[in-house]
Design a protein around this ligand. Sequence first.
Ligand SMILES: Cc1ncc(COP(=O)(O)O)c(C=O)c1O
Length: 437
Amino acid sequence: MASDVLLLRKKQSLQKRYLRALSVEAVFEKQRSRNLIASSAKGLQITDVTGKKFLDFGNSMVLLGHSHPEIVKVVTERAADLLVGGVPGWTMVEPRVLFAEELKSHMPGRLNGHGKVAYCSSGAEACDYALGLARAYTKRNMIISFSGGYHGFTGATLAVNGIEPWLAAHRTPSRDGTVTAPYPESRDGRDKEKHEAYCIEKFREMLDTVASPDEVAATIFEPVEVMAGLRIPSAAFWQQIFGICKKNGILTIADEVFTGLGKTGRFLAVDHFGVEPDVVCLGKGVGATLPLGVIVSRAEVLDDHLKPNCNSSSAGNPISCVAGLEGLKVIKREKLVKRAASLGEYFLARLREVSGRHDAVKEVRGIGLILCMELNASGNQHGEKAQKLVEMMFDEGILVARNGIHRNMIRVSPPLVVKREQIDQFVVKMNTVLSSL
Ligand SMILES: Cc1ncc(COP(=O)(O)O)c(C=O)c1O
């Protein structure tokens, strides 16, 4: 008991020091400052400094669970030789080459055979550099992005985000050279096919009105929009958009920062749709929790056109590549992509069954291990219920995230290594929470 009080005091003191030492206004910093201070984590389980344990179902970057033993082992072993940095001598090191070769081998079509890799340090950087790359290659300036899309917090990515406009408000000038197309969403019983046809028509119309095709360098898109509340277009939608882009020499940049490396039950989310982008951006889990961003692109697009975009001193840190390569090996050996597809189906069915018993939930959507619970509008116009649900799940020891363009939905996105029993545990807790929401 006495030690519980001591631990709590220690936690409160750390919280106070945190508030004094760090600027906590940034959105993600605010989320981090919730009432959890992790002291350690393994798999899905995070242990707070007070000893309380949580299951992490709200994660977007930890594919193999926290502190995966094989990642810990290789990073520890190789750090002795490769904890290095900078450019001279360390660009051609083996882990960077091996990782690029392995990543390419998972890519669809042309990217697999004739693709090349460029490294950077984060998902936003990958998207930012991809935009510069497309402009350099095509010698065109305009970028088409989609409403609801999220690509990061750098200058160029803020300019193409179609979500949370207040984030980009003070950067309005950087929006020059960008136009936003509507993204299909299934809402309020709207006919999906008709709505997609409308979005395609609007995309075409944009090329006849606000952006002439010979000005447009690329379109950047999330194959499924996650932050916007898990919008999942059809294969026919993407095939038509790709057709229009190809006809007009517009490059296609798939932002797979959230969806890549198996999370949707395919290695890339575009693999569900039978389309082959010119450029793929990867981040988050690609470095197996170490900071890393990657662009994979057709070689002729990348060669001679990346400079000076992808020029960060810490791009493709060797230890991050060691971790990323080991991560890919584990994903392959344990067939985690296939597993994500089948466990995702199981999770979706169970969550739908439980949610169907509660008026608060309007719909549950999912693709692989990315799921979204859309709550009914009543009492949730500004996401109040979603916030309450997040907090109640937190009290039950389960972490989930809030998303949706009105922040009124719940994102559930466990690591690929989630166990069926943990999913069952989640569903039971969700049922309890929904009963008293
Ligand atoms: C689809 C997508 N693109 C880009 C990013 C930005 O990645 P990072 O946070 O590594 O900068 C994110 C992050 O959430 C994302 O979800």
